[in-house]
Ligand binder design. Structure first.
Ligand code: KG4
Ligand code: ZN
Length: 352
């Protein structure tokens, strides 16, 4: 039996109720319930619906994770929970549960940053993060290029999106094409039958003056508008929209910009590792192109498996485990939730 701390992580920042159990960097359980089907008819996540779903799913997910891991609640050495960023009501459910578990067991709780989890989760599959690396974090709410220092314990932002997040662009374009919510996986599947070179959609902030001012920033709203115009044009001319070609060409534009900038960031910082994370990192074209282009550039790419890219509790447990192993003390139990939190904070309110 490992002597490393056993950590239970809780994630409820959006529409997934995730509970994961980790020992060291070993994943023991990853239980996830999603309310995504309840939001589909609204075309986006409805906060009130998500909060209610978390309230119903949280205890069953905790029980399921303990059962999968084959451990008892009293065996857990520390808890970790997403305290932000995310939907306020949704965050309250997970944090209240984590505080209750901490009070009941007398074990510490780490109030951790959801975004950190999207990067640190890679340790569960590929071992400790390298001493320095570039991180590309692409989710429904965030798109950022980061420099990871101190084996993933320090994050410095190089740039981020000026408008839509990458996942948001996928979801909005899917809607334009009449595909269900959430659109990312649907675009991914639909694009397989399309030609990525059929339509030359714009690559935002990749040329001229933009590369001086926004070298490591992203912008996807122009791309989304361009797809909307293209679709409207087909409809005006009474031509059937070639959905697979539009999906493939749009996806190609996003993937191209993400990887061009990520590899430029590696060159700029001298990093020889690129870590991908967040829901959009589940995209099959991004994964394939990342492997190919990074090999060409002599950069080692690390991407968690698709189920660990989208929201889950294991990623939060992974951060808790890292903190516990480093001897960081737990958060004060009065810790707040915070809807807006940048990557400079890994754990909140542990200094009192
Ligand atoms: O990280 P995540 O699960 O939640 C947030 O923290 O936002 O990311 C959700 C986003 C959604 O926009 C979803 O459409 C996108 O990730 N996504 C994908 C794929 N799977 C999920 N985007 C492109 N291709 C996919 N296969
Ligand atoms: Zn996320």
């Amino acid at each position: 039996m490992s002597s490393e701390p056993l950590v239970l992580g809780i994630e409820t920042s959006c529409d997934e109720t995730g509970v994961g159990i980790v020992q060291g960097t070993r994943l023991l359980a990853d239980a996830v319930a999603s309310s995504v089907d309840e939001h589909a008819r609204f075309g986006g996540v409805v906060p009130e619906v998500a909060s209610r779903a978390h309230l119903e799913a949280i205890v069953p997910m905790i029980e399921r994770a303990l059962s999968i891991a084959g451990v008892q609640l009293q065996d857990i050495d520390a808890f970790a929970v997403t305290c932000g960023p995310g939907l306020s009501g949704a965050l309250l459910v997970g944090t209240a549960a984590a505080k209750a578990l901490s009070v009941a067991t007398g074990k510490p709780v780490y109030a951790v940053n959801h975004l950190t989890g999207h990067v640190v989760v890679d340790e569960l599959e590929h071992g400790l993060l390298p001493s320095t690396a570039v991180g590309l974090l692409v989710s429904g709410g965030h798109s950022s290029l980061l420099v990871l220092g101190d084996h993933g314990s320090q994050f410095t932002s190089l740039g981020s999106t000026l408008d839509d997040a990458a996942g948001e662009a996928f979801d909005k374009v899917a809607r334009l094409l009449g595909l269900p919510f959430p659109g990312g996986p649907w675009i991914d599947r639909t694009a397989v039958a399309g030609d990525p070179r059929a339509i030359a959609f714009p690559r935002g902030l990749t040329a001229g003056h933009d590369m001086v001012e926004h070298r490591f920033d992203f912008s996807f709203s122009g791309l989304k508008t361009s797809v909307a115009r293209w679709v409207a044009n087909c409809q005006r001319e009474g031509v059937k929209v070639p959905v697979a070609d539009v999906a493939a060409s749009f996806q190609e534009a996003v993937v191209d910009v993400l990887l061009r900038k990520a590899l430029d960031a590696c060159e700029h910082t001298g990093a020889d590792h690129l870590i991908l994370g967040g829901g959009v990192a589940a995209n099959s074209r991004l994964r394939a192109q990342a492997t190919q282009r990074c090999a060409g550039a002599g950069v080692i790419v690390r991407v968690p498996s698709p189920a660990l890219c989208t929201d889950n509790g294991a990623m939060i447990a992974a951060v808790g485990s890292k903190l516990a192993r480093a001897g960081v003390r737990g958060s004060d139990l009065a810790f707040p939730t915070t809807s807006v939190l940048d990557l400079s904070t890994t754990v909140v309110s542990n200094d009192v």
